[in-house]
Write a protein that binds this ligand. Sequence first.
Ligand code: 44T
Length: 850
Amino acid sequence: MPNTSTRPKRGRRNRRVPREDPARNELVSRSLESAQQCLFNQDYGTAFVHYLLVLNLAPVLKDFASESFRFTLFKWADELDSLGRIQDLFDCYEQALELFPTDEVIINSMGEHLFRMGFRDEAAGHFHKALKLKPDYPEAKENFYRVANWLVERWHFLMLNDRRRNHKYQQAIQKAVEGGCNTVLDIGTGTGILGMCAKKAGAAEVYACELSKTMYELACEVVTANGMNGRIKILHMKSLEMEVPKDIPKRVSLVVTETVDAGLFGEGIIESLIHAWNHLLLPPQNTQDPSRPPSQAGRVIPAGATVFGMAVQCLEIRRHHRLCVSEIGGLATAAAGELHSPVSCSSEDDSTEPYTTERLSRLPGGYTPLTEPFNALDIDFNNVQELEGLCSREVSRVRLPVTGEGLLDALAVWFQLHLDQQSSLSTGPKEDTCWEQAIYPVQTPHSRIIYIRHVCTLSVQNIRNIFPFALRTASTLWGMDSVRCRNLNAEAELCSALACLGTEQSSGPRDYTMLECAEMALLNNQPYHDSFRRALAKLITNLKDARSVQGPSQGQGLEVMPLTDPPSDPMDPGPDPFYVLDVSEGFSVLSLMAASQGQVKAYSSVEKTQHQAVLRRLARANGVPEEALEFWLNQVEDEQAVLQRPSREKLWSAIILDCVETCGLVRQKLMEKATLARCLLEDGGQIFPERIVLYGMLVESDTLLLESAVQGQEPTLGFNIAPFINQFTVPVHVFLDLSTLQCRHLSDSVELFILDLMNTNANYTNRDVKVQASASGRVTAVPFWYQIHLNEEISLSTFNQDSHWKQAAVVLHQPLAVREGDWVRLAVTLQKTLALSQRIIMIKQHCLSY
Ligand code: 44T
């Protein structure tokens, strides 16, 4: 058995000047030779072991062998990864890091493996460390930016920048502490701000807990930087796991918390408070005997909440959650069956969320209220019986008159948080706040959209009155169980539609296909599909003309059945088809649209069997022969091979590439894919799109700043927090709605970059663009979007109301003051990154002299 006591000795021996030892030298050189030979033979596992031996015996060779060693490690790690030998993989990295503890490339690479395996916190730690070792290491930087969003969500910045909210919490805490609550627990402390308020107000003992490791570490840093180290005890745990006296010595007199999401319940506040009342808090003040001093009674800030709801019509919500079109790109959609987004308040499916969130005031196209806001629920956080009752109580119904006429698209929900008797915060759509509202979309098939008239009464119930908080991601779920309506026809229609909304009682398991919200919006995007249809038709016409000039085909290649107009002679295979490949990500009907053109054999990369079934149903209903559409991934095992069919003789007539992600960034490895695709095209064949052009403009937007970093030099409530949380600032913001972003345009839109997919050699990776300021102001961001050119005449914009795409923006580190007429130079770089990270367009700004 290895003896641990030998370790220090080994260390001492290493520090001595190595003795000349011929046997050892022999072993080193033989092992080095073997390592190189194994590397050459691609036997990476053995090569790795040899290198380990060599470098442990002869550290002087580290410089010489570091490159080959890294290469071997990465290759071997990839092999272990694909074999699922995760423990071995990390053991290898640990051994490598013992040899090269400050090697940022190894550290970053280990981070990537950790990230892929879902260990985000650990991954982030590695990217952070790699960056500290080499601040300009682009791969580590991009990796870090990517995880920063996961680790420290953007709303932390919004909340810390919300002075009114900070101030109200501080006041309420100060009053409670001064009133005698002197032992405090901050549940979900985040940066530690509420706990520090309690300490500053004079609380004798302050405890805080935080379940996220990153936030916990951040809170520790912040508390130390504010001189409160040792005066606030921070625990890295979920409050539900806390016990007295194991974690805190005795019950506390005050719990402060802001563990509420846009739907109020999503962070589990009800469960946390029930647990806190039962295990961590002193008993509440007895109203019959108010004599107990506040230090001996328990209370909670916030003291309670009022939940509001409102039925709304909103096209933007509708097109993301249900199919709204009866025809797309020439295909009738009725046969698609029922399509649902993954947001459903009635589904028990784990892959669904009960609600999504939106800032109603910033929805493109706005919304129409169909009812007045109604008070849906009042909760007293200081009454544990009431909290427990919430989880098991009877269905409560709210009847409310419908005040507007329109289609019922969603129920919007928000709340008022009563910090104490005097002070409250509202997250409503009319408030000037950073809060979003919870959106419960109505999921009905498009043929049965609910039409509300003035005479209707909508009755809303708290469905799944069961333990909603414990059951799922947790939230109170809203559903509409029935609609009273004096118009009988409408009533029948409404009731059947509401049955689909699905209180489980009324509908059995339903047969539907789930599409992501962006996939649904894409399917509803008629201009997108029409553009593709026209571009494909033009290409096919051109190719047909070219073939007719060349004369009849040689009949080479794959045997394919004729697709349209079967020739009278059964032995004649008919004209060769045109091969079209659609490698769009996710669900796409483009392959089917191509197949419906006739004389086309289309290949789709749609993966999910349910999605393939939808395409097959649509094909059948639209008269597309079965053999005209194939599913690529059903036939190819190797992902690399995706672009390489049909066989050698048959080259593709068209390859459809998905260029831009919904979030507004260019897709990873796009140009590599385009290079490969170009090699596989027949003469006259085309990649769709053939070109994309990046546009951007200078804007002044405080909103973007507030979402990206804690602003200003002033400490937050007197505490030094900004420098710590701002380490998690990322320069590129995604999923923006530029049409509703509050901003001032400081320039016209300008062309920033061109990606030519048909001629990848022609592309550059850096470009300087001069932009003239059309107004004076502070440039805080450069939003960008794309014009996607399918061919010379037809193009699509990713900045368009019908589109499923959002926009992105580079937020400047330091705002740049400009005067009208100034020129600003933007250095635009297309960054190449490792597989894990996004390809982002980075724009750096420099003011030109004028
Ligand atoms: N975001 C609102 C939700 N936690 C705030 O780990 C508003 C979203 C929002 N820790 C736009 C705008 C806004 N025990 O760090 C988190 C979380 C932690 C706990 C220990 C527990 N039982 C919990 C529960 C949660 O608490 C912190 C705050 S949760 C607040 C969520 C500006 N989009």
